[in-house]
Design a binder for this molecule. Structure first.
Ligand code: HEM
Length: 390
């Protein structure tokens, strides 16, 4: 059986993706009775056609939670409008000085050591602190926040089914009460004393004249927590990983950063797509590349593969920091297009030059193969030991 979820394949899924695009761009996987789409055109078309492809999916362990990302119109439109304004390019640009400060503090914390785990010491905490501040979570609560994020992310095991899926769902259910109480307390505080953060926006938001319920606010909280952290962590980890693998491309970037930094970020998003896949359910029988996917079936859309499709990208397996145009679909496409795209691009724009300029002689500190992260739908290193001149 095709197994996308072994450590080896998760580290390097690209030859398997290439084989599948050539042999079976639309594939039925019988044990789980799910379908996979591997090619750019097929994935993009499905992302675009939300009338046919629902984001509400029922797996073996039950339906997806009622969150923005797992909703269809008209509810999707209502939910998205509530937080959209916090993510406009202007609101995001205002965060730049604070992101710089956070990045500087993280580098200050390790610089004398001459070594660090780039993921644990930098790529995880930076986006976590940024989103925590945007939401309005006290800094001191960060360890709790990280643990919750991990448990929510483990819900990705529902894709592979079996015992791991059941365990992940039970663990998440057990956590809910704790998160509920926490978020309720913060909301009560915001009702008394509003602030300029996302929690205040959620407390004050109305849908059809009604305030959001505690459950709905908790849904937003959980989604933003995982969407704002794991994704950008992988973008940063994958960037440094790609530089280590392609030192000539790093030298190109360093020679002309003003021109090449933006295209480098897009190229990492394409070359090592942080969110490798999303799922959908077919609302009707759909014919695609000569195969019929029956109504109700669960489908994985593999953006990680689509972004290496030679029909769309010249030399797709070449990491080219100057690639332009680069129409990758790492942030999805259509009505669910990532709300945090400008935020994560900004974090990368601040982080990459900061790391490269301050950590002189940055190099891998271990020859061991990197271990993939725990959540199954993402691509990136769980750890990345590096050394540099103290
Ligand atoms: C949606 C990827 C960073 C918030 C999405 C989707 C993708 C994605 C592929 C579409 C999901 C679908 O169609 O089912 C990424 C990547 C990121 C990133 C690769 C970083 C490199 C962020 C950040 C935030 C965020 C930093 C927020 C703070 C969201 C939200 C949605 C979303 C709220 C749901 C939008 C909707 O359903 O309308 N993201 N994301 N993302 N992302 Fe991101």
């Amino acid at each position: 059986m095709l197994d996308l979820f072994t450590d080896d394949t998760r580290r390097n899924p690209f030859s398997l993706y290439a084989e599948m695009r050539a042999k079976a761009p639309v594939l039925h996987v019988p044990p789980l009775d799910l379908w996979m789409i591997f090619d750019y055109e097929g994935v993009k078309r499905a992302l675009h056609d939300h009338d046919t492809w629902s984001s509400i999916v029922t797996t073996q362990t039950g339906p997806t939670p009622d969150w923005l990302v797992f909703s269809d119109p008209p509810r999707h439109t209502l939910l998205r409008n509530i937080i959209q304004r916090a993510f406009t390019p202007r609101s995001i640009a205002n965060l730049e000085p604070r992101i710089r400060e956070l990045s500087r503090e993280l580098v200050d914390g390790v610089i004398e050591r001459g070594e660090m785990d780039l993921v644990k010491d930098y790529a995880e905490p930076l986006p976590t602190m940024v989103i925590a501040e945007m939401i309005g979570i006290p800094v001191a609560d960060r360890p709790r926040f990280v643990r919750w994020s991990e448990i929510i992310l483990n819900l990705s095991y529902t894709m592979s089914g079996g015992e791991a899926a059941t365990r992940a769902v039970a663990e998440h259910a057990a956590l809910k009460e704790e998160m509920h109480a926490y978020v309720d307390d913060l909301c009560t505080a915001r009702k008394k004393a509003p602030k300029g953060d996302l929690l205040t926006r959620l407390v004050e938001a109305e849908v059809d004249g009604e305030r959001l319920t505690g459950e709905e606010i908790l849904g937003f909280f959980q989604l933003l927590l995982v969407a704002g952290t794991e994704t950008t962590t992988n973008l940063l980890g994958n960037t440094i990983l790609s530089f280590f693998e392609h030192p000539d491309e790093l030298a190109r970037l360093e020679a002309d950063p003003a021109r090449l930094l933006p295209t480098t970020i897009e190229e990492v998003l394409r070359y090592r797509t942080p969110v490798s896949m999303v799922f959908r359910a077919a609302k009707r029988d759909v014919m695609i590349h000569g195969q019929t996917i029956p109504a109700g079936k669960f489908v994985l859309l593999l953006m990680g593969s689509a972004n290496r499709d030679p029909k769309q990208f010249q030399d797709p397996d070449t990491f080219d920091v100057g690639r332009d145009p680069n129409p990758h679909i790492a942030f999805g496409h259509g009505i669910h297009f990532c709300l945090g795209a400008s935020l994560s691009r900004l974090e990368a724009k601040v982080a990459i030059p900061d790391l490269l300029s301050r950590l002189r002689g940055l190099a891998p500190a271990s020859d061991a193969p990197w271990q993939p992260r725990k959540a199954l739908h993402v691509h990136g290193p769980a750890r990345l030991p590096v050394r540099f001149e103290p």
